[in-house]
Design a protein around this ligand. Sequence first.
Ligand code: PCA
Length: 198
Amino acid sequence: MKILVTGFEAFLENTENPTQEIIRLLPKSIFGNELIKVELPVIFDKCFDILLPYIEKHRPDYIINLGLAGGRKAISFERVAINCNDTLFKDNIGNTPIDQLIVENGETAYFSTLPIRQMMKDISVKKIPVEVSNSAGTYVCNNLMYHVLHYIDINNLDIKAGFIHIPYMTKQITDNKVSSLPLDVLLEGIIDALKTCL
Ligand code: PCA
C-alpha cells in the first residue's frame, strides 16, 4: 500500500503552516507501507501541476491532501470539493480569481472518497477533536481537492482521495482565544487517519 500525503507552504498572514511541519515529521513508512510526502505551493492550479508527476510516478492507493484552516476547532474531514475558484485573498503569486470554474465543463463537485467516518472514529478514540466539514472553501485547498478528484475520475483510477483541514498549531498563535491544537496532537491525529487506510 502506498499513500501520497501533501502539505502546503505558508500563505497570507500565516508565517508557518502546520501541514508543512506535519509532512516533514511524518515517517517514510507506516507498518511497512510507503508514505510519499510532498510540499506544495499555495498557488491556484500550480499546486496540482506540481503534484501530478508524483501521482504518475508512484501510483498511490490513497492521496491525502492537508491544509491549514485557521480558526477551526477540530481536524476537519472535507466532504466535498466544488468546481469554483473565488477569493478576495491573494494566493502566493497574487492570483485572486472570482467566480471561476476550476475545470471548464468539469463536474460541479466531487465527494471525498476517503473513509472519513472511520478515520474520525479511529482518531477520536484518543479524544482528539474531529469533524466533518461540508465546505473546503473556494481558495487553494478546494482547488487542489477538486483537481485531484477530477483527475482520478477522468482517468478511471483506483485511488481514494480527499482533503483534511487542520486547525492552527498552538505555537503559531499569540491570542489564546483563537482555537488551536499542539503540533504533536495534530501529527498523532494525522498518523491515525493514515493508519485507517492500511
Ligand atoms: N490552507 C489554504 C490554502 C493553503 C492552506 O494550507 C486553504 O484552506 O485554502
